[in-house]
Design a protein around this ligand. Structure first.
Ligand code: NAD
Ligand code: DAU
Length: 351
């Protein structure tokens, strides 16, 4: 095998698409997937590639310095793609400390492990940190986030991601660690945990449950199909410039309520219901605290410098997503049992 890469958080939503892409496209890479398997990590996401000759799963925590040292010591890891994180804004509002631990302490523990294993020999090495557009804060009704936009995070989640981005840049500037960062907009697609808007709405529509829309549904997100994000990650890992930041987004802004209406109409078609039936399930609920009004990414740098652009329209991506959820009811049933019920009650009852 030519190189060994460590991918963190590879059992999660985006991570599983990245792991699959790297394992199948690069048979001469050895891919090690390090994941703690929190509620969001699910090895069922990777069932199709679990026995691939170039794939190893390691269960563990990115905050565990000893484990990281062992992994770097045992394998000649030359590249890291770092996705492991606590990722849900609502959970960060209810319980911020796990976000501080994993997103900040975990990232700095990983930076230390790479720095010490690579011992200043940085040739052909690279640590790629995956981040979010939420670090930039919120936009009004116009404008876009560029790579130069000042950081202005509002939730414990986005503040913890902003902090991890700063640490990654600090290790580059101070120690010369070869790092690269990307900040992406909202992803959607297969294997998305149903605490996030799109899969939660698909699940509730299917089961005749209320579709909770926060506030007036006027908040705007810029949606990108997860496999297009994985393709951008592949490109940046191989061709992105060390020390640089790349914004990734779909140029695909939707007000939450318009997105939900589109999804309801698609679900009516797929479930053979009369048009308008699923939309009757829409329920306006108490807004998220500190709810950012609008995110929108200017992705012109990655388009110009690396030639990346999304491969599917939102309508195509959403249809693929809905078809996947309807065909993978077993996956959905496994993730919405047990702890999910408790989470749902705490988050939504009386909202
Ligand atoms: P996710 O919550 O689906 O998955 C996170 C994964 O990390 C899980 O497999 C979990 O088990 C693992 N993990 C959590 N804590 C860990 C720890 N301490 N040690 C090891 N593994 C741990 O998240 P996602 O939506 O796939 O997001 C992946 C990354 O992409 C995150 O860094 C997130 O901030 C970033 N991001 C997400 C989006 C999005 O729309 N989902 C957009 C932009 C950026
Ligand atoms: O922008 C990138 C970010 O996108 C990522 O960094 C995060 O990890 C990811 O979770 C996502 O954050 P959001 O908060 O934007 O995603 P979420 O799916 O939770 O919410 C999308 C929008 O829908 C947001 O405006 C809140 C609203 N919403 C969400 C839920 C779960 C509802 O109206 N009802 C809901 O039940």
């Amino acid at each position: 095998m030519k190189k060994t890469l460590l991918i963190t958080g590879g059992a999660g939503f985006i991570g599983s698409h990245v792991v699959r892409r790297f394992v199948t496209r690069y048979p001469d890479y050895h891919i090690i997937n390090l994941d703690k398997l929190t509620y969001a990590g699910n090895l069922e996401n990777l069932i199709d590639i679990k026995d691939a000759a170039n794939y190893t799963f390691a269960k563990g925590d990115i905050c565990d310095a000893e484990l990281l040292q062992k992994l770097f010591g045992k394998h000649n890891i030359t590249g890291v793609v770092h996705l492991a994180a606590e990722s849900h804004v609502d959970r960060s509002i209810a319980h911020p400390m796990e976000f501080i631990r994993t997103n900040i302490m975990g990232t700095v523990t990983l930076l230390n492990a790479a720095k010490s294993a690579w011992a200043n020999d940085y040739s052909d090495k690279r640590l790629y940190h995956i981040s979010t557009d939420e670090v930039y804060g919120a936009l009004g009704s116009t404008g876009f986030f560029t790579e130069e936009t000042r950081y202005n995070p509002h939730s414990p989640y986005s503040a913890s991601k902003a902090s991890s981005d700063h640490l990654v840049r600090a290790y580059h500037d101070t120690y010369g660690l070869p790092t690269v960062i990307s900040n992406c907009s909202n992803n959607y697609g297969e294997n998305h945990f149903p605490e996030k808007l799109i899969p939660l709405a698909i699940n509730n529509i299917k089961n005749g449950k209320p579709i909770p829309v926060y506030g007036k549904g006027e908040n705007v997100r810029d949606w990108l199909y997860v496999q297009d994000h994985a393709a951008a990650i592949d490109l940046i890992f191989h061709k992105g410039k060390i020390g640089e930041t790349y914004n990734i987004g779909g140029h695909n802004e939707w007000r939450n309520i318009d997105l939900i209406l589109l999804l309801c109409s698609l679900m009516d078609k797929k479930l053979g219901r009369p048009q308008g039936r699923s939309a009757e399930q829409i329920t306006y609920v108490t807004d998220r605290a500190g709810h950012d009004l609008r995110y929108a990414i200017d992705a012109s740098k990655i388009a110009r410098e690396l030639g990346w652009k999304p491969s599917v329209t939102f309508e195509q991506g959403l249809e693929k997503t809905v078809d996947w959820y309807l065909a993978n009811d077993e996956w959905l049933q496994h993730v919405v049992s047990g702890d999910y019920e408790k989470y749902y009650q705490q988050m939504y009852d009386g909202r």
